[in-house]
Design a protein around this ligand. Structure first.
Ligand code: GAP
Length: 466
């Protein structure tokens, strides 16, 4: 029997407990597209809110934006995406599987990041001669040469006649920062912001990924959390270090340790960039460190290109120094779905309890947990217990995301909430009716304590609100 991998366990948990489902499953699914169920939506929203709070609420120098997915086609010509946002693709002639050629080379220890296709083909030829080049799916040695494959997703927005003309093709944005660059001037003109300042946004992005077989790690529709920080070039060194540190601390605040994350310094930089680091997380489910966020010093490339292509002057005039210049940009860009996988991967715990029972528990940070408190009447068939449990539920649900559960025995209900990652379970029993006290059980320690009903809101405020 095939071994059950850490990824199998996570995929199974996500489906079983309603975190993530393959999209359009009743029609056989749609490659690398996923839907988020009740608990998945709550967890994803909580991660997004934690990021948003750190990046906007806690910062006087960052404002928010929610720009449209569709943008003027010239946006992507200016950014270089139409010409060069592509990956090298290799096909198996026998089973028709498709692979990223740079990923094949990386498996042989050959760094192929941003390597031109000609050079990739030379490296593939060497492996072919050594009889090392094989299809990872069927083992055939019949693999095609590498070819460029655009990652841009086209749409037919507009009238049918427009569709025929190349200049009228509209793309689904491949990254959210494009909208930030286009709204830089409106934001500057409509807020009291002065350089240095940032614009943050969270939203969907679309990429026609060639191989997307790592669950929600690499998908064709995903969400990014991006912040573009506009500054004078002289401020880049200091602000880059500041944001690098702030983003690093954010991961620690939400439970990561030195063993979980590390920095990856880019060896090859885009011609306009002066510095680029990625935060990588050590995924158990993916067998090692993988990128979750990029922090890049992008020079003034973006605004210069959009100035050039739009004909609108995007230069900044500094009232104090009387200097006019195109702002430079420092970017932080994290994938919301990747962080979702990261938090589940890190929180997924199997513990042996008692003689031979295994408990599966998601030890999520309390602020991220989809459900904060589950409320149980001890017995479903005792109306007085159910009524009291409903009363307790009603008194806390307006302040915390709660769930009422009267299904199955208490042990089963605890296991279910452990798998969802619920930090606290509250049981209403006969003592509640007699003495007005409930039993609160802690997810991680499994310890139970008695708390007066009238003290519950204050008790949870202390535990859950930071
Ligand atoms: N604006 C810069 C930018 O988009 P990127 O490295 O291509 O840079 C940033 O993407 C982040 O977006 C990545 O670190 C990753 O977390 C996430 N991301 C990129 N492609 C993704 C995909 N196909 N599926 C899920 N997340 C993705």
């Amino acid at each position: 029997m095939a071994e059950i991998t850490p990824m199998d366990k996570i995929v199974s948990l996500c489906k079983r407990r309603g975190f993530v489902f393959p999209s359009s499953e009743i029609y056989g699914g749609l490659g690398a597209i996923y839907d988020y169920g009740h608990y998945g939506t709550l967890l994803k929203n909580n991660i997004r809110d934690a990021w948003w709070k750190a990046m906007t609420q806690m910062r006087d120098d960052v404002v928010g934006l929610d720009s449209a997915i569709f943008m003027h086609p010239k946006t992507w010509a200016a950014s270089g995406h139409i010409d060069s946002f592509e990956d090298p693709q290799v096909d198996c002639k026998k089973c028709k599987s498709r692979f990223r050629a740079d990923h094949i080379l990386e498996e042989f220890g050959i760094g192929a990041d941003k390597m031109p296709v000609d050079s990739i083909n030379k490296e593939l030829d060497k492996l072919r001669k050594e009889k090392k080049l094989k299809c990872a799916n069927c083992g055939s040695t019949e693999l095609t040469e590498a070819r460029r494959f655009s990652l841009m997703v086209k749409s037919n927005l507009g009238s049918p006649t427009d569709e025929l003309k190349e200049e009228n093709v509209v793309y689904l944005r491949p990254e959210t920062c494009g909208g930030i660059y286009l709204e830089y001037k409106n934001t500057l003109d409509s807020t009291r912001m002065k350089l240095p300042f940032g614009i943050a946004q969270v939203g969907k992005a679309f990429r026609n990924e060639i191989v997307a077989r790592q669950f929600i790690f690499r998908t064709r529709e995903f969400e990014q959390m991006e912040m573009q920080y506009f500054l004078h070039p002289d401020q880049m060194k200091e602000k880059y270090a500041m944001w690098k540190d702030l983003r690093w601390q954010w991961y620690f605040e939400y439970g990561m340790s030195e063993n979980d994350i590390r920095w990856y310094k880019h060896k090859k930089l885009a011609h306009y960039a002066s510095e680029a680091y990625d935060v990588e997380f050590n995924f158990k489910s993916l067998g090692g460190f993988k990128e979750i966020e990029g922090i890049h010093a992008r020079g003034n490339w973006d605004l210069s290109q959009h100035s050039k292509f739009s004909g609108v002057d995007l230069a900044y005039f500094d009232e104090k120094t009387k200097e006019k210049f195109i702002p430079h940009i420092m970017e932080t860009s994290a994938g919301l779905n990747r962080l979702f996988l990261m938090f589940i991967d890190q929180a997924y715990t199997e513990e042996t309890i008692g003689e031979n029972e295994t408990r599966m528990v998601l030890k999520l940070d309390r602020r991220l947990a989809p459900i904060k408190i589950a409320i149980f009447p001890l017995l479903k068939n005792k109306p007085e217990l159910v009524a009291k449990a409903r009363e307790v539920y009603d008194s806390v649900k307006s302040k915390f995301m709660c769930e009422f559960d009267d299904n199955g025995n208490i042990g089963k209900r605890y296991r279910r909430q452990d798998e969802i990652g619920t930090p606290y379970c509250v049981t209403i029993d006969f003592e509640t009716l007699e003495k007005g006290a409930v039993t609160v059980r802690d997810r991680d320690t499994m310890k139970q304590e008695s708390v007066k009903v009238e003290d519950l809101n204050e008790y949870f405020k202390e535990k859950l609100v930071k």
